[in-house]
Design a protein around this ligand. Structure first.
Ligand SMILES: [Zn+2]
Length: 300
């Protein structure tokens, strides 16, 4: 069966935007002045919705004692992402709820949908949400996207409805009700399955990486500064991919290394790779707008 073309099957809502005059130093204007034509380019934002204290040894397969015997603090942030063009708004992942945060001892800063609202996004109208994988910190607020089709890999859904989902190492990384909710959405026709790599919209591609979760996918977004890869948990921190050291939670270690290779090959440079949980993202990129320091960063 041919994959569904989402752009034909779903009405995409254009985000209400005030017309603006682009300054001459705007890369799009520069591009046009050089005789180019603009096709789909997206702005990309990271929204930070939760955090937790942690130690270096928590974040590397096999621990970190060979690198840092003091096991220094290394906090972890939690994000969702938005890719916005004049025509399309695509959300990547949906975060967890305050209730799950309390149960799991995470510091919930805001509902991810509230952070997205600060960017002018009405989540009740968003038509497309890409789910990188089904771990609890990525799929906990799907009911807050009632107009959305959810994009996920065949292998990820198969894994969490298959023979190993109940084994301790795996079952603790998902909320059972999130998985059951996705089974219901499948019967409602609200899931778009991908097997491998696919263009979701012009300028937005997903690629199966695996490793940390069986069907983990990463998202490549075309932006004015080149191809950005929202790596999600293919690399939790910059340190994982930069030092070629997989994260501690592993479904398939060999594929985790392969995911590093894939992410590097998809991004225009190492600076175009956005890790899934690194507090440095909020330092390396400017706030989306004044007042959103620590809440939302503009990546491209
Ligand atoms: Zn995660």
């Amino acid at each position: 069966m041919e994959p569904t073309d989402l752009s034909k099957s779903v009405t995409f809502h254009t985000r209400a935007r005030k017309p603006r005059v682009a300054p001459l130093d705007d890369p799009n204007v520069q591009f046009l002045l050089k005789g180019g034509t603009i096709d789909q380019q997206f702005e990309v934002y990271a929204v930070r919705y939760a955090t937790r204290e942690a130690r270096r040894g928590d974040h590397f397969h096999g621990g970190d004692s060979g690198y840092d015997p003091h096991n220094a603090p290394m906090p972890m942030d939690y994000f969702v992402w938005a890719a916005i063009s004049p025509e399309h708004t695509v959300i990547v992942d949906a975060g967890f709820t305050a209730e799950v945060a309390a149960r799991r001892g995470r510091d919930h800063l805001r509902c991810p949908t509230e952070g997205l609202r600060e960017l002018g996004i009405d989540c009740t109208r968003v038509p497309c949400v890409i789910l990188t994988h089904l771990h609890y910190d990525h799929v906990g607020n799907l009911e807050k996207f009632p107009a959305a089709t959810f994009v996920l890999q065949d292998e990820e859904m198969a894994f969490w409805t298959g023979r190993y989902a109940s084994r301790e190492h795996f079952r603790n990384t998902v909320e059972m009700e999130d998985v059951v909710g996705l089974v219901r959405k499948n019967f409602e026709g609200r899931l778009r399955f991908v097997d491998g790599s696919e263009e979701i919209l012009p300028g937005i591609e997903v690629h199966k990486a695996g490793g940390h979760a069986a069907g983990l996918q990463v998202v490549r977004v075309k932006t004015a500064r080149g191809n950005v890869v929202l790596a999600s948990d293919a690399t939790h921190f910059y340190a994982n991919i930069e030092q070629d050291r997989p994260f501690s939670i592993v479904a398939d270690l060999a594929r985790m290394y392969g995911a590093f290779d894939l992410v590097r090959s998809l991004a225009d440079s190492p600076a175009h790779i956005i890790p899934g949980h690194d507090p440095l993202v909020m330092q390396r990129f400017p706030p989306a707008k004044k007042g959103l320091e620590g809440v939302a960063a503009r990546i491209a």
